[in-house]
Ligand binder design. Structure first.
Ligand code: ADP
Length: 274
């Protein structure tokens, strides 16, 4: 069963001071799929994901996770959220204690706890020695991996990452996406939230675009690129430009590798070179 969001509406504040942020939002997310939630800063993405693990409750509508209402306390065991600033999710003296914090709170102790921590450390590929260090002695990329391990140690069925690529290097992003791909292949539902569509396209099966708290588009990345004029990644804009100039290339690609293959094929056709 999936995460099911039905007709969710939410405002901050009450009465005349209420600011409506989410309006009749409905969608679902299955285990083993990856979904991007994208939209401009301030459109309601963070507010929306806080409803997925019970940090916020809808004013109207409902959120259920595998049939459980989001008001249940143990919902946060099913849906792990990694917020934008990992340092704010870390607070223990050592990385190991930080990773153990979640499962310990859910009543896991002794050998089972040690196993949970060991597996999470392995899943995110933390280098030897890091578990015994202070989380605050680490680089931004390492802190994000530790925060991710801290969420994974509670064995969530769904993982939500808010602006996961902010402040990390290109190689850090590749490493993180490789881990997320493995988690998705292992059956976890992965949700990536970003204000920049190109940050998530590499990984997601489906996109949900929010505009002023409403869903403006839902579909595959290819459907998005074929039907939505903007915003699109720069590489897609380049391909659209080439196509408009009469060069026979697909204009729904967004990765450098796919763009290269398209341009190479078009060039080979023109020159007869393979
Ligand atoms: P996004 O994640 O897309 O940038 P947010 O969900 O953070 O958007 O914010 C949506 C709107 O809700 C913004 O106008 C923001 O100022 C407002 N908002 C966010 N958090 C609060 C809060 N705790 N109290 C009042 N307004 C808030």
């Amino acid at each position: 069963m999936p995460i099911d969001v039905k007709d969710l509406s939410f405002s901050y504040g009450k009465g005349k001071a209420a600011t409506s942020v989410l309006k009749d939002v409905s969608f679902s997310i299955d285990k083993g799929e990856s979904v991007g939630i994208v939209g401009k800063v301030g459109c309601g993405k963070t507010t929306l994901i806080k409803h997925l693990n019970g940090l916020l409750m809808p004013d109207s509508g409902s959120v259920t996770v595998d049939g459980m209402p989001s008001s249940r306390k143990d919902i946060c065991k099913k849906v792990g959220i990694l917020f934008q600033h990992p340092s704010r999710q870390l607070f223990c003296t050592t990385v190991r204690e930080d990773i153990a914090y979640g499962p310990k709170n859910f009543g896991i102790h002794g050998d089972e706890l040690i196993k949970c921590v060991r597996e999470s450390v392995k899943e995110v590929g933390l280098a030897e020695g890091i578990p015994d260090r202070s989380p605050f002695s680490l680089s931004g990329g390492e802190m994000r991996l530790v925060a991710l391990a801290g969420v994974l140690s509670s064995s969530p069925d769904y993982l939500v990452l808010d602006e996961p690529t902010s402040g990390i290097s290109k190689s850090g992003k590749s490493n993180l996406f490789r881990i997320l791909r493995d988690l998705k292949d292992g059956g976890i539902g992965v949700v990536l939230v970003s204000h920049q569509i190109e940050d998530v396209l590499d990984l997601v099966d489906r996109l949900i675009c929010l505009e002023n708290g409403e869903i403006a588009f839902e579909g595959t990345p290819s459907e998005y690129l074929r039907s939505v004029p903007s915003p699109v990644p720069q590489i897609t804009e380049l391909m659209r430009g080439l196509k408009l100039s009469g060069i026979d290339v697909r204009d729904d690609v967004f990765s450098v590798d796919d763009a290269f293959a398209e341009i190479h094929a078009a060039w080979s056709k023109t020159t007869g070179n393979i």
